[in-house]
Design a protein around this ligand. Structure first.
Ligand SMILES: C[S@@+](CC[C@H](N)C(=O)[O-])C[C@H]1O[C@@H](n2cnc3c(N)ncnc32)[C@H](O)[C@@H]1O
Length: 512
């Protein structure tokens, strides 16, 4: 995606656009991401690029330039030509066929994308990409931070547009996308006014000089090289490349300062690491003393929460000290841990390093389903309702009906048996049998008998025509059992800005 184009995560516009991410929503929690392209012939389908799902096939040509939220009907795609083209490729593999294969390749490039025909069934909704939808469909490279957690984390950290966030490890980039949206306040060089209308008042209260707007930024660190590379590519594709700086780095060892001008200058920190306490020594305003360093570097209980990477050991080599924190602001931190042992270790390291207001929270999100519940015998045979008796009266009446019908049935059975025996005896005696009365008697007997199940269901269907189902039933709420998340103990803390002698002096001059 070109840098000049704003990311669909920040401003999706009203319609889906070419070369931009769109999300196909098949069911509430089943989403498929796709970078939409109407012209790509790099596909075996005559219809161009196609998303194949269990609810049908969706050529990109049917997804492009659609208002977000549109219900898109599935298409019949030409799988025949796909098979043929595959066969051609297979056959063209040998040396003798090189010429044919080059020819078919150039023909392929010139291929005109066929118009898609609507299928008789199947549909999906086209929704814009957001951090929330992306979290539900991103390619998982690690465990990810889910929406209930990151929404809580970002609000507790008071993340605002213009803030700088340090994030480690970046993993699959779930938190990264949410953080990028939270800090976004325009891209450098693309603001209507470069100074953002802000003014800085001089110390004497008179001189006022304009300053440049501080743009928000996310500084993501990831130890695993392929994950870092993949995340970088993904962010570029999503138009977030200029907002997020991804660095492949072991933060326990090398900290958070960058070599170029893009210093984090962080206001907010989020650590999702197997041993967050080992990174804390790099998040100070001045170099920690040796005694403190020794106490926080202990890794005697490094947990095996992340088995995909071995936990790097802290280095003892001394480097010139640089702080990645914003010296002008108090800095807020959150660490994400799956077990309480990690929390204990992190909290004690925070205490040693001067963090204050330390606290822990556990997010136990539940999703509530709110619906109308219809219960009663009148619901028999209808969809979306509970057809059991709603009251004792209904239950007793149903029992009476069942017993009443059983009594009549057994009476009729007995009569039939007696009739058969009478006939057999008459035959033995050689008597002439009287003409049979067909069903007349039994029909007469059934009159006044409670209705059968079939009759009741027919009546319920008929009654349905005059019922307002949306208003009926009790309004109830239930917690849904499955919510994508995992145990998360969140430790929050605050590091006040440093108060130097000169600050004290300034304050004295100003206020006395
Ligand atoms: C649970 S994942 C993070 C998931 C991420 N927060 C998300 O929402 O997708 C933890 C990541 O930390 C990385 N990691 C582990 N040790 C690290 C270190 N010393 N420096 C940087 N990253 C590290 C791992 O490679 C892994 O990708």
């Amino acid at each position: 995606m070109a840098h000049s184009q704003i990311s669909p995560f920040l401003d999706p516009g009203t319609h889906s656009a070419p070369n931009s991410l769109g999300i196909l929503q098949l069911r509430r929690d089943h989403l498929i991401p796709a970078v939409l392209s109407s012209t790509s012939t790099d596909t075996d389908y005559a219809e161009g690029k196609v998303e194949n799902t269990r609810f049908g096939s969706f050529p990109h040509s049917t997804l492009l330039n659609q208002p977000w939220g549109t219900q898109i009907r599935a298409s019949v795609v030409d799988t025949g030509s796909r098979a043929k083209s595959k066969k051609r490729k297979r056959e063209g593999g040998g040396d003798g066929d090189t010429e044919t294969s080059i020819k078919s390749e150039s023909e392929n490039n010139k291929k005109v994308i066929a118009q898609a025909a609507t299928a008789s069934s199947g549909f999906a909704h086209l929704v814009p990409p957001t951090p929330e939808t992306w979290t539900l469909c991103l390619p998982h490279r690690t465990q990810v931070v889910y929406t209930p957690d990151y929404s809580y984390i970002l609000q507790r950290l008071r993340v605002r547009p213009g803030d700088h966030i340090i994030e480690a490890g970046a993993g699959s980039g779930s938190f990264t996308h949410a953080a990028a949206r939270a800090v976004f306040n325009g891209l450098p060089g693309q603001d209507r006014s470069t100074n953002g209308g802000e003014q800085e008042i001089g110390e004497d209260g008179k001189s006022a000089k304009r300053r440049h707007k501080r743009h928000g930024g996310v500084y993501s660190f990831e130890f695993h090289e392929p994950r870092a590379r993949q995340l970088k590519a993904e962010l570029e594709e999503h138009g977030l490349g200029s907002l997020v700086t991804v660095t492949n780095r072991d933060v326990y060892e090398d900290g958070f300062c960058l070599d170029n001008d893009a210093e984090p200058n962080a206001d907010v920190i989020f650590l999702d690491l197997p041993a967050p306490w080992l990174a804390l020594k790099h998040l100070t305003r001045s170099p920690p003393s040796n005694a403190v360093l020794k106490s926080v570097a202990s890794d005697d209980m490094v947990p095996d929460g992340d088995t995909s990477t071995s936990t790097p050991q802290p280095s003892t080599a001394s480097k010139p000290f640089r702080s990645p924190l914003n010296p002008k602001n108090a800095v807020r931190i959150c660490t994400f841990s799956p077990c309480i042992e990690q929390v204990i270790k992190t909290v004690s390291a925070m205490r040693s390093l001067g963090w204050i207001e330390i606290g822990m929270a556990e997010v136990q999100a539940k999703r509530l389903e709110v619906r109308r519940e219809r219960i009663g015998l009148q619901e028999e045979g209808l969809r979306g309702a509970n057809p059991n008796a709603a009251t004792v009266q209904e239950a007793v009446q149903r029992l009476r009906d069942v017993e009443g019908r059983a009594k009549v049935f057994h009476g009729m059975q007995k009569e039939k048996q007696e009739e058969v025996m009478r006939k057999a005896e008459a035959r033995k005696r050689g008597e002439k049998l009287p003409q049979e009365k067909k069903d007349g008697q039994s029909k007469a007997r059934l009159e006044g008998v409670p209705p059968s199940k079939h009759d009741r269901m027919e009546r319920a269907k008929k009654d349905l025509e005059s019922r307002d189902l949306f208003k009926e039933g009790r309004l109830v709420h239930r917690t849904e059992p499955e919510l994508k998340t995992h145990t998360s103990y969140l430790v929050f803390a605050l590091l006040p800005r440093e108060w130097s002698k000169s600050d004290e002096e300034k304050a004295r001059r100003k206020w006395t």
